[in-house]
Design a protein around this ligand. Structure first.
Ligand code: SF4
Ligand code: SF4
Length: 361
């Protein structure tokens, strides 16, 4: 198949939708797409309501969306320090913390950079030897290896002015928490693509077995998604709970061993507060103790006072899969991408941003 043209072919997608709807199911099944990228693809290609017995619920798979306010406040504290260049990835700078956002701080003169690659930090550090460079690392297992490579290069080159605030999170642990939570009612999962490239298909086997739920690792294109949805429908019909790898053109059973070794070399597991989902045991990563001199949390005396979440914002329930953006009374009114109230409207992978971009518009 042509990787670009054929995976988007509308005639193939229509046939697959028709096939999916011919599979007789005894009820409506709730499928959580863990990854925010899948949420966007499902909404963008009109697949979100395409199969009559499948109800998609959105999950905690966007690293910006799940970042708790306290960590954002810590970012604001670090970025406000004198003689500092603060670096992070992507949309994080737009998310409101308790009193401001990194974007507003930047407008007020703080040196805050949104990078495309963590390795850009090396150049920034060498050109600004008299300043402290803070790297606020975010992302699931996908981006953690890149943070590890950055740390490795910093150690090798004896760079002394770079400090890390690690906010990497993991996928399997929050999935377990959702399955243990009686409020959540999930029948099966579309498992993420990029994360699965790193952790591999085998990472889901214990979850499928323990909770008796099917997982299908899916690509992002509409043909990928429909293929995966059909697989889930067939598993629901057969009452099976396999891990199926639709994205086998990229995802291996064992994952990316080199990347996993890098993660294990520099990071240890830690409990992590996921916005909405709560504190997940071993759900995050932090620097190992031997790298404490690079740890911004240990080097700087960070003091923050975190305010409660805006009560009208339904992000916590959306990230748990028990509400949809359309359930939020300020969606597309007081909360828009230009004036976001919660993280799900900010992030390019957020569910509210997807609904606003493709449905509201
Ligand atoms: S990094 Fe990729 S797999 Fe992870 S949430 Fe984003 S789009 Fe999904
Ligand atoms: S629309 Fe805005 S306020 Fe409502 S849940 Fe989404 S991000 Fe929160």
């Amino acid at each position: 198949m042509n990787l670009i043209k054929d995976y988007k072919d509308a005639s193939i997608v229509k046939k697959l939708i028709s096939l999916a709807n011919q599979i007789e199911l005894d009820r409506v099944y709730n499928v959580m797409e863990i990854c925010g990228g899948h949420t966007h693809s499902l909404v963008k290609y009109g697949l979100i309501n395409a199969v009559k017995n499948i109800n998609f619920i959105h999950g905690p798979g966007c690293p910006v969306c799940v970042m708790p306010k306290q960590r954002l406040d810590e970012a604001v504290f670090l970025a406000s320090m004198p003689n500092t260049i603060f670096c992070t990835l992507a949309d994080l700078i737009k998310v409101p913390a308790s009193n401001t956002s990194l974007e507003k701080l930047r407008a007020n003169g703080c040196d805050i950079k949104a990078l495309y690659s963590p390795l850009e930090v090396l150049k920034i550090a060498s050109e600004n030897k008299d300043k402290n460079i803070i790297f606020f690392a975010i992302g699931f297992e996908t981006t953690a290896p890149m943070s590890a490579v950055l740390l490795e290069k910093i150690i090798q080159n004896n760079i002394k002015n770079v400090f890390f605030h690690i906010n990497h999170v993991k996928v399997p642990e929050p999935v377990c928490a959702l399955l243990d939570d009686k409020e959540c009612n999930i029948d099966g999962f579309l498992a993420p693509s990029h994360v699965s490239v790193i952790i591999g298909k085998n990472a889901y086997l214990p979850l499928a077995k323990k909770y008796k739920k099917p997982f299908t690792i899916s690509g992002f294109e509409p043909v990928d998604l429909m293929h995966s949805i059909i697989n889930l429908c067939l598993q629901f019909k057969d009452k099976s709970y396999e891990v199926y790898n639709e994205y086998s053109r990229i995802v291996q059973d064992e994952g990316n061993i080199q990347a996993l070794n890098l993660i294990n070399k520099y990071f240890k597991s830690c409990d992590f507060l996921f916005r909405g989902v709560g504190v997940i045991k071993d759900g995050g990563m932090d620097l190992k103790d031997e790298y404490a001199k690079y740890d911004a949390k240990k080097v700087f005396d960070i003091k923050v006072q975190t305010k409660a979440e805006n009560k009208l914002c339904k992000c916590p329930s959306i990230l748990k899969g028990i509400a949809k953006p359309s359930d939020c009374e300020i969606f597309a009114k007081a909360c828009t991408p230009a004036h976001p109230v919660g993280s799900c409207m900010v992030s390019s992978e957020g569910a509210c941003a997807a609904y606003y971009k493709y449905i509201k518009a």
